[in-house]
Ligand binder design. Structure first.
Ligand code: BG6
Length: 443
């Protein structure tokens, strides 16, 4: 059955600076924690670095042509803090601003709305050396950078978001240590939680002041949390898992409070007035959704909690994420009911599959088409049932540097042929073009 999306539904794609730009030491860009982390042995599959990545820095005209060919109404990119402020603070690098001017102006010329995310995990190394998110001052430094971006681009950019998936940073970067800066400290995790939330609030204030005509929202990665095994010990860790993953970086923004069981532990880090700063009026809720999250108790981590692959029997993507469109619908309902039914944009969704280049240099990815067809069908159904979802951004336009997986995992609608970096639209790209043109999915 054809499922039609509402008129004006926004079709987009998303990508981030570190994962696509490359040009790591060009035109004054400063080093970031991820540049450092990729150089540490054993952190990234095959020892891949993002020094060149997709070379979006030089190839953006071709990539914007691909966006246009797809019919995208919007593209979500991130600005690299260290391209604009090489040390994170102090002197602005005009060449950094010039680069984003070129990208944004060309996107606008092609009728594609730029959405700017101010931080997609690539913290400048000098800021990390000064404590990074462990240091309360970091929130202010980040808001100062946001003010520069808001002031410079606010005449053209109408959607700003402070931080991509702030819930990933404390848990994955400060607790598990799998992401840069690779810490494993409960105290640092708790500090990072509050300081990132504070940075969000200060940044929204800065963007409102500098770009008064723009909308601002948050972007968080959410999915229902489940016990990996349905027994008492697993169910016992659910409240903590739920709090860490789904609530602690969202409740303060939308409700002005920290949830238990973490609230008491965060309390000593809260200064007077912080909660009011964090809870700014927001224009939209950016929901990244990939999967249901499965957790288990363990005595080998400081929180006694660990994420597991889903129980056997479920279809999975190439990164072991369960394929289940009903999880997206459940998550949308949870956001709506808990946070007062804000306008929602799905700011990331997508799947990795082991795509291969055929001898005729085409790429056929029927699994990705089936994935999007099922998720879009479910999403259209949710909207028909009253969910206020206004757009969907596919992750990602093209295969790129997938953090710990390096270049081994492919999420793109466009195949990136490493190391030639030739772009080859996959069959899902042509299928998606039809969806966007009709504003409907025909399974
Ligand atoms: C999202 C991130 O959580 O997941 C993206 O915002 C990332 O930056 C995507 O690329 C896929 O995750 P991973 O860990 O497989 O690279």
């Amino acid at each position: 059955m054809t499922r039609q999306f509402p008129a004006g539904f926004l079709w987009g794609a998303a990508a981030s600076a570190f994962q696509t730009e490359g040009a790591a030491a060009i035109d004054g860009r400063g080093p970031t924690v991820w540049d450092d982390f990729t150089r540490a042995p054993g952190k990234i599959r095959n020892g891949d670095t993002a020094d060149v990545a997709c070379d979006f820095y030089h190839r953006y005209p071709e990539d914007i042509a691909l966006m246009k060919g797809l019919g995208l109404g919007a593209f979500r990119l991130s600005t690299a803090w260290s391209r604009i402020l090489p040390s994170g603070r102090g002197t602005v690098n005009p060449l950094g601003l010039d680069f984003y001017d070129r990208v944004i102006d060309l996107m606008l010329h092609e009728g594609i709305e730029p959405w700017i995310c101010l931080h997609h995990w690539d913290m400048p190394s000098p800021i990390e050396a000064d404590g990074g998110w462990r240091n309360r001052d970091c929130a202010r430094w980040f808001a100062d950078y946001a003010a520069i971006v808001g002031r410079h681009f606010g005449d053209r950019v109408k959607r700003f978001v402070p931080i991509n998936e702030p819930n990933v940073i404390p848990w994955v970067a400060y607790n598990v240590g799998r992401h840069a800066p690779g810490r494993q400290s409960r105290e640092d995790t708790v500090k990072a939680i509050h300081h990132i939330n504070l940075a969000h609030g200060l940044t929204i204030q800065a963007v409102r002041a500098e770009a008064p005509g723009a909308e601002a929202g948050n972007i968080v990665s959410l999915g229902p949390v489940h016990p990996a095994v349905d027994d008492e010990a697993h169910r016992a860790v659910l409240p903590l898992a739920e709090c860490i993953w789904r609530r602690v970086m969202v409740d303060p923004l939308w409700l002005g409070t920290y949830p238990e069981p973490l609230a008491t532990e965060i309390e000593p880090h809260i200064a007077e007035g912080d909660m009011a700063v964090i809870r700014q009026p927001l224009d939209f809720f950016g929901l990244n959704h990939y999967n249901r999250v499965y957790v288990a108790p363990t005595d080998t981590t400081m929180w006694g909690l660990i994420e597991r692959v889903p129980p056997p029997g479920y279809p999975l993507t190439d990164v072991n994420w369960r394929i289940d469109p009903s999880a997206l619908v459940e998550q949308i309902e949870d956001v709506g009911s808990r946070y007062g039914h804000p306008p929602i944009y799905i700011t990331e969704g997508g799947c990795a599959f082991p795509d291969a280049l055929r001898p005729d240099r085409s790429v056929h990815d029927p699994d990705r088409i089936a994935y999007f067809a099922d998720y879009f069908t479910a999403l259209a159904g949710a909207i028909e049932n009253g969910a206020d979802v206004r757009g969907y951004f596919a992750w990602s336009l093209m295969d790129n540097f997938e953090w710990n997986s390096g270049f081994t995992k492919r999420f793109g609608l466009v195949y990136t042929d490493y190391p030639t970096l030739q772009r080859i639209p996959k069959s899902s790209y042509y299928w998606m073009r039809g969806v966007i043109a009709k504003n409907a999915v025909i399974p």
